[in-house]
Design a protein around this ligand. Sequence first.
Ligand code: BG6
Length: 520
Amino acid sequence: MNDSSQLDELLASRASDSRRQIEPCTVVIFGASGDLTSRKLIPALYHLALEGALPTPYRIIGFARREKTDESFRAELRTALDQFSRTKPVQPEVWKSFSANLFYCQADISDPAGYEKLGALIRSSEHEKLRQNLLFYLATNPSQFGEIATRLSAANLLHKEEDGHLPERLVVEKPFGHDLQSARELNAELVRHAHERQIFRIDHYLGKETVQNILTFRFSNGIFERLWNRETIDHVQITVAEKIGVGSRGGYYEESGAMRDMVQNHVLQVLSLVAMEPPVSLEAEAVRDEKVKLLKSIRPLGSADLARNVVRGQYFAGEIDGEARPAYRSEPKVNSKSNVETFVAMKLFIDNWRWSGVPFYIRTGKNLPVSASEVRIQFKQAPNILFAAKSAIPLDQNSITLRLQPNEGITLRFNGKVPGAAIQLRPVRMQFSYDNEFGAYTPEAYERLLLEAIAGDATLFIRRDEVETAWGIVDSIRSYWADRPLTNREFYLAGTWGPTGADELLTNDGREWRNPSPQK
Ligand code: BG6
């Protein structure tokens, strides 16, 4: 098969998958004047329109307080698209038909009259499905989620469905609560007005192609599936590193810290996909059941573990790629004595049959040397005989690295003989790169997530028990930190791999972090 027919085959299978029946739908975005709408949601919806993936017909209604007309709303979004669209230039014909489906509803979230106005706008459509099949996307401050659901319900726009039929759905952005208690309260508030099946909690990591590929890689390949357990795996490293600091988000970050911002959601989601048992099917509930089971088998951290196995850090002024970075405490809207963590590393154990005794080291942070997310499966050493016994330095352990971003792909690392008369070994790599294999096809996570929500498929969204279990893990750590100010050892220079404690977490176990490489 030549390259182009191979590519055709791949494209064809993708197209047939995405050609499932999606009903005409009205998408209402609350918080339509915000950043998320112009940076992510509208560019994602525009690309879905460009690919012909949206249902026919569809309607998008922006709901926000600022004074705007349909025309000025469209004009603003057109300008934003020029900046944030992942493909450029914006196609005039596609924009023309896309923008004709965009409407604006100027109203205050806490004003019942606004919901009457929204209802009238929805009912003004001639198409029956557009009046019934409603997706409410809550891109607002999380403190408003409950109120919006309550008011939608009072205005007869949201009905709790008990029979599995779900014409109305709520999509909620993170953060979903700020601890277990608040997440429970928010869940209780939402489920008063909508069934759990109607609630789609977003974690944009689940929309990433490479994150979805974790399950494909694990459960469709006989060779790797057999190796995925305590018999062969020495330990697992998950790194979600960011080169950026908190920038203008200091106000938000002071409330969240790395633990709430990244660990509670993205990092624990990646961990659960890497470690979960095979689901009985690919149905949403089967996959989510396994993820919850996995999160529940993470060993609770007692106070000795909290002191020994969890490391936090905060960045101090430094330099990245020749650019000076301020200390976290000097960032705008950050308390100059803040104890908020911008880095977390920890060692977790999963107390189930498959993973008993295998440490999972996870870390995430801001102002690190590179932006990269990777999962590294480090295999056990070969027996210390033959080549290993003869080698002056220990042989490299085999590993599989799942590169989630950037340079998306998978690397298998093993030892090879250096050509020549002497017996000399060194690690070599086998690489799979998304770009080389599939071309530069990198849809934004939001495209996939919006399409799934429109289609009513909840597989890539977080279920109630999942979010609550994750908060339980994070809360135990945060409360341990609460009355412990940062010590000198917990600061790290911007542009380094975190505080020294993060390295010690592994060196104490005779292991070391494998840092993602900055170049391709
Ligand atoms: C967001 C966090 O959820 O994820 C940000 O709030 C973080 O702080 C971002 O920068 C990282 O996402 P990505 O897709 O760039 O890895």
